[in-house]
Ligand binder design. Structure first.
Ligand SMILES: [Zn+2]
Length: 62
């Protein structure tokens, strides 16, 4: 039981980190840019995943 709660907490913290990184990118004006190549991320992809930080060529880095 305790272990599944820990997993839930880890999942929430991971999501929170993703959101905080997305907010930071919004602040610096880099929200739509791939973190690897700087290319603009498609709007449809951001709609599907608002915290997406990378283009399809550069899968999400943790
Ligand atoms: Zn890229």
């Amino acid at each position: 039981m305790a272990e599944s709660v820990n997993e839930s907490v880890a999942s929430i913290e991971s999501t929170l980190n993703s959101v905080e990184r997305a907010l930071e990118r919004l602040r610096v004006g880099a929200y739509r840019q791939c973190q690897v190549c700087g290319r603009a991320i498609e709007e449809a992809e951001l709609v599907a995943n608002p915290v997406l930080a990378n283009c399809p060529q550069h899968p999400e880095l943790s």
